[in-house]
Design a protein around this ligand. Structure first.
Ligand code: ZN
Ligand code: ZN
Length: 346
């Protein structure tokens, strides 16, 4: 089969011919119908050789959708041909976190060598994908896999980040979304659907701000050195009740902290360069502002999100690429010229 693989540290990923895998006991083989392209892949591929923790070559893709092509020994209750999406942050299934469906925070994954597809395990940007357990599949019925696959990360990550703060999003409050790309444009829609907060989107160009408004932002502010002042002109002294930073570089983290209100949540989702930090302390941050950096979401939340998708309330912007165009999709991602999510259709 063909797969998009990261082969050499620092080089572009390549389309390569590799053996089609067979499902072992308990595993499921999917014929991939769609796979998303994510900034965190870019982050991984920008790591220097000494910091790179995965075995190469690595098949990319941690957002996957497919149809069940074969099941391994012992797998029951899963019909061949079922259309599914893949829950990506695989855990052990048995620890306290996994028992809550929070496999994204599995206490034993590292010790057991369990990695998400595309981030250690072979990923979804290929013709076929091995999923380690039917537990990690959510059937999507008649939903379009291309429009649905971004929900597994670009949807699930903001859904998790928003859900934990819903109690703070009262009528009249403000939510600030920094970065309206793959994750941010879904976050804006989720905020509008799940809460009565008003939404301010920040991004770096007029067309991105227009895009943010087209998916539901009430206000759009250029993300520059004056961004915090301009947001404060809208929110007044109260500031924002929730700030979601989908960028995560130091300037956006600084903006996030500067627009946060008393008793707010500041949630830093974007990986940035992995070095930025928020300062918290008496006289430095607003009283009772809570800063957090979440990772992905829970199994139950992905099921909820697929149910939301069935309601037809989410409009995910996708640009389609073939497997051969995979390297180009990553170039466009790095250049910041994608509108919404790049999805590879093998
Ligand atoms: Zn991702
Ligand atoms: Zn676990």
């Amino acid at each position: 089969m063909q797969a998009l693989q990261y082969v050499t540290v620092g080089a572009e990923p390549e389309v390569r011919e590799i053996p089609t895998p067979e499902p072992g006991p308990g595993q499921v083989l999917l014929q991939v119908t769609a796979a998303g392209v994510c900034h965190s892949d870019d982050f991984v591929m920008s790591m220097p050789a000494e910091a790179f923790g995965f075995t190469l070559p690595l098949t990319l893709g941690h957002e996957g959708a497919g149809t069940v092509a074969a099941v391994g020994e012992g797998v029951r209750g899963l019909e061949l041909g079922t259309s599914v999406v893949v829950y990506g942050p695989w855990g052990c299934g048995n620890c306290w976190f996994c028992a809550q469906g929070m496999e994204n925070y599995c206490a034993r994954a590292a010790e057991l060598g369990i990695f998400p597809p595309g981030l250690g395990a072979p990923g979804a940007i290929a013709e076929y994908l091995i999923v380690d357990s039917p537990r990690h599949l959510v059937p999507i019925g008649g939903l379009d896999p291309v429009a649905t696959v971004p929900l597994t990360d670009a949807g699930l990550t903001p859904y998790h980040a928003i859900k934990r703060s819903l109690g703070k999003l009262r009528p009249g409050s403000w939510a600030v979304v920094i970065g309206s790309g793959g994750l941010g444009h879904v976050a804006i829609q989720l905020l509008r659907h799940l809460s009565s907060a008003r939404v301010i989107a920040l991004d770096v160009s007029d067309d991105k701000l227009q895009f943010a408004k087209s998916v539901g932002a009430h206000e759009a502010v250029l993300s520059d050195a004056q961004a915090a002042d301009n947001v404060r002109k809208i929110t007044g002294a109260a500031g924002a009740s929730l700030v979601l930073d989908f960028v995560g570089y130091q300037p956006t983290v600084d903006t996030a902290m500067a627009v946060a209100g008393v008793d707010s949540d500041v949630t830093i989702v974007g990986l940035g360069d992995g070095k930025s930090a928020a300062r918290v302390g008496f006289g430095i941050s607003p009283y009772e502002a809570a800063v957090t950096s979440p990772y992905w979401g829970t199994r139950a939340e992905l099921i909820e999100l697929i149910d939301l998708a069935h309601e037809g309330v989410l409009d995910i912007a996708v640009e389609r690429f073939t497997l051969d165009e995979g390297p180009e999709a990553y170039r466009r991602l790095a250049a910041g010229t994608l509108r919404g999510r790049a999805v590879i259709v093998p």
